[in-house]
Every structure is written in structure tokens, then in C-alpha cells.
Design a protein around this ligand. Sequence first.
Ligand SMILES: Cc1cc2nc3c(=O)[nH]c(=O)nc-3n(C[C@H](O)[C@H](O)[C@H](O)COP(=O)(O)OP(=O)(O)OC[C@H]3O[C@@H](n4cnc5c(N)ncnc54)[C@H](O)[C@@H]3O)c2cc1C
Length: 377
Amino acid sequence: MYNLVIIGAGAVGLALGHYFQIRRGWKCLIVEQEPDYGLGISSRNSEVLHAGIYYPPGSLKAQLCLQGAEILYQYLELNGLPYRRCGKYILAAEGSEERLQQLHDQGRANGVLELQLLQAGALRKIYPELAPLAALHSPGTGVLSADSLMHHLLGEFRAADGDLALNTAFGGLEGRAGHFELNMVDASSGGTNALAAERVINSAGLGALEVARRAGFGYDAAGYELRLCKGSYFSVPGARGKFGHLIYPLPTDAGLGIHLRVDLQGEVRLGPDTEYLPGNTPHYSVDAARAAEFKSAVAQYWPGIAEFAIEPDWAGVRPHLYIEGVHHRDFFIRNESAEGADGWINLFGIDSPGLTAAMAFGPYIARLWGEPDDGSG
Ligand SMILES: Cc1cc2nc3c(=O)[nH]c(=O)nc-3n(C[C@H](O)[C@H](O)[C@H](O)COP(=O)(O)OP(=O)(O)OC[C@H]3O[C@@H](n4cnc5c(N)ncnc54)[C@H](O)[C@@H]3O)c2cc1C
């Protein structure tokens, strides 16, 4: 019998396995329906290590983003993994400066203390090509390689005797008495087998509500749904090395806005936009016809984009959680003990900053389970 089975081998599932297997010494199994780990949301995102500015004080996103960023920076540094604490600027047009001030105050209330407001035009000393807009500087924001992170987490997890089962989908929950009897489906043959676990964490990303449904939890009846919101990216091959910072517009209701992202190699990408997917079916092709829309959004803060060719790059899909038709903007983490399933945790709506927060979920869940403090924060 496993002490813990984790459903989903994305950044969150791998970080959970790493934490419980290594820090807690539990025997863990991570099950993943795909033929490899990390093929879901975790390999299709901006790879930004967020500082914790965007989330209301007291929210899980604020708490886990800050804790996660601290743990993650230490982990990346300690293990020689690629990252860059490059910093970012959030820009606001004349008349919207108040919104920057709000973000500044919210960030500080969350504990992001090194934020700095810049007057309109001050940024032009660093980037003359940017429009003269007011800016909020977040020096603690960074970029990382999600692939390297996941690869390293998995390597250490396996070295510590953790198990990973690929091509293995959670099919259903057969029994809850004392421990969980899980039904697993071999994704290639369709064959099934049974697994016993003392505890389970559902960290299945886009599939998390479906997993909860198969386990018999009544979220559908309670009006929970995951609305899939695609974000596309375009690359700007000619702008390589032109920017050293991340450049963001003000966030919108649906997302953080089409930003200018610089990766570890200095490549510039624009995105992601927001597009709710009809039929809630994920797909990842990027529509070249959106190029004009991207250019016009970015021209608000970088007029020079007009001179550059942009190319469709990749897309990711966010699992936006709606409860009775209302967007639940925070992470949703529920200990299902009240449902007679003591030891089962459901994670829903783990969208941005889920990559940044990944390493903070384990300590948080350990606390939910009443495990003794291990000093992880
Ligand atoms: C466009 C975009 C940009 C983003 N930018 C950032 C950013 O810059 N910074 C940041 O911090 N966060 C960002 N995020 C959010 C971040 O990428 C996610 O929060 C994080 O990757 C979620 O990880 P996960 O492990 O929960 O999900 P996933 O990586 O999707 O892993 C879940 C896994 O569960 C598996 N699964 C599903 N159903 C089953 C089943 N029945 N049985 C077995 N396995 C199953 C899936 O195959 C998948 O591999 C972004 C997200 C998007 C979409």
C-alpha cells in the first residue's frame, strides 16, 4: 500500500511527490495518463517566477506564490538549474496610474517589499523604445526553465525510491474504508488494475474535476466547472537580446495581459492572450491571423513592434474554475474529510502562478493534514 498516490505528473504533482517522498519519507506513487511527465499545462506557460503582486492579500495565491517563489529560487540555485531573476516592469497609460499604485500596495501587503513606482517616462532611460508610460518595477520577478525543474524534481524523487507510473489514468474510486482503493486504467491497453493508498492528492490540472467526478465527489451538482481558457504566444525572432526585463501591461479581468516575455536565451515572445475554448476542448494550434491583434496590443507599450515580424509559437490552456457561474480566481484546495474521504485532497483551478507556487503545495497540504511542522514554511 502506498502512503500517498498523486494523480498527475505536472509541476505540481512532481513537486508534491518530491516533498512527501523526500521531506516526509512517505512511500509515494505519481500516476500520469500521458506517456511522459510534464506534457500538460506545466510545459505550456510563460515560465515566469512571479513575485506575488497580483493576488488579494490573504488569498491562497498570494500565500503560496510568495512561499513557492522563495523555495523555488533556493532550489534552483542550490541545484544549479537555469533561472534568471531578471525583474519586470508593469506599465500603465496616463490616467491608469492609480491601478499601478493599487498593485504596488497589494504587492507590499502580500510581503513583496522591493516594488518601486516609476514616473511616466523614467523607464525610457533604460528602454528608449518603450512608450513613455508610468511603471511598477518588480526586481524579484524571474524566469526559469519548467522542463529543467520538472526533470530535476523527478530525478530526485526517483532516487529517493518514489514511483512514477506513466500511461496510467485514474479511472475511479472503488472503496474508501480505512484506505482508498483506486482503479487505474492502462492508457494504451485499456486494462485496469487496483491500487491501495492511505492518501490521495488529485493534481490533475485540466482533468482535475473529471478525476473528482470519477471518485464520486459531488462537484458537478454543486455547480463547479473548469472553463478552459487558451493563451497563445507569438515569437519575435528579430528582437532577440533587445530586452533584459519582462514587460507587462496592466492585468485585465481574464489574465495578466499580452506581455513581452524574455526567456533564458534572450528570445522575445508575446503572449498569452485569453480565449475561452468552445466545447471546453483543449487544442494548441496558434492562429496566425491573430498576429495583428497581438501587435496592436503590444504597440500600446512598445510602438516599435510594428517593424518586427512575429510568428505563431505555442499555446497553453488555463483551467479557470467557475462555481455556479462565478469565476473563482483563487487556487481551490480541499481536504475531503468532511465528505467521508479523510486523506483525499482535490486541487482545482491551479492556473497562474501554479508553476511558481508548485513547491509550496506540499508544506501547505501537510499542514491541512495536521502533520508536524518540518520547517518548510
Ligand atoms: C498560458 C499560461 C501561462 C502561464 N504562465 C505562468 C507563469 O508564467 N508562471 C506561473 O507560475 N504559472 C504560469 N501558469 C500556470 C502554471 O503553468 C500551472 O499552474 C501549472 O503548470 C499547473 O501544474 P499542474 O501540475 O497542476 O498541471 P499539469 O502540468 O497540467 O499536470 C496535470 C497532469 O495530470 C494529468 N492527468 C489529468 N487527468 C489524469 C488522470 N485521470 N489520470 C492520470 N493523470 C491525469 C495530465 O495529463 C497532466 O500531465 C501559466 C498557465 C498557462 C496556461
